[in-house]
Design a protein around this ligand. Structure first.
Ligand code: ADP
Ligand code: MG
Length: 226
């Protein structure tokens, strides 16, 4: 099976407020196979979001190699990066970032409409994703009439709508109460397994992290097996 994501010896520093710079990633190695579910665990401030953004081609890094879907990040220009994001990469953030003037269905369909798909096709696909996430009866609700867990499920439906090869999720249950978090965890993992998408998620919750096919710990700027 092919790797959908590969990081080799990735380094990243940020300017330190006190002057100088602070190294956050100190030689990260990671390989994720097609359809694999990988969790990255680590305490707050350990660099999990930084790592995920770099892996998803959303942020620059200082040195090392990043290869996503067979394309080397250093060779991918802006247009191709946008195209990859539009067609093959799903991203779920800690807060759902839904468009407040649009319904759950419209939010989930948005990436397809942006791709230029016609409305009937986009809405059909979005509805089946919402249904998979248990939200068929919430399709006409706007974000302000959805619970936190429901909003995250719409965000997952939106990420899945384009049938991505890889989904990245940054603490997708981090802002939810325990009961909603459990539901969102189940649905995210099931959805990835059902669609065959690889899933890389980061969390500071060990119980959630151990539900992946493989769990890694980010500590002192490096990844290790748990
Ligand atoms: N744009 C930035 N400029 C300066 N420091 C940053 C920036 N982004 C993140 N950091 C620092 O890098 C460290 C890791 O951040 P982050 O990746 O958000 O950690 P995590 O997601 O594990 O909580 C933190 O100390 C944070 O303050
Ligand atoms: Mg973070």
């Amino acid at each position: 099976m092919n790797d959908v994501l590969r990081l080799e010896n990735v380094h990243k520093s940020f300017p330190s407020p006190a002057g100088g710079s602070l190294e956050i990633l100190s030689g990260v190695d990671l390989a994720v196979r097609e359809g694999e579910i990988v969790a990255i665990e680590g305490r707050s401030g350990s660099g999990k979001s930084t790592l995920l953004y770099i892996a998803a081609l959303l942020a620059p890094y200082d040195s090392g190699e990043v290869e996503l879907l067979g394309r080397s990040a250093s060779e991918v220009g802006r247009d191709e990066r946008l195209e990859m994001r539009r067609t093959s990469i799903g991203f779920v953030f800690q807060s759902s970032l839904l468009l407040s003037d649009f319904t759950a269905l419209e939010n989930a369909a948005m990436p397809l409409l942006i791709q230029g798909k016609g409305r009937p096709e986009a809405y059909d696909r979005a509805f089946s994703m919402l249904s998979m996430l248990g939200l068929s009866e919430r399709k006409d609700h706007r974000p302000d009439s959805l619970s936190g867990g429901e909003k995250q499920r719409v965000a997952i439906a939106r990420a899945l709508a384009i049938s991505p090869k890889v989904i990245f999720a940054d603490e997708p249950t981090g802002s939810l109460d325990e009961k909603s978090a459990d539901i969102v965890e189940d649905m995210l993992l099931d959805a990835a397994r059902n669609t065959g998408a690889a899933l890389v998620y980061v969390t500071h919750n060990s119980a959630f992290a151990t539900r992946a096919d493989r769990t890694l710990l980010l500590s002192e700027g490096r990844l290790s097996d748990v």
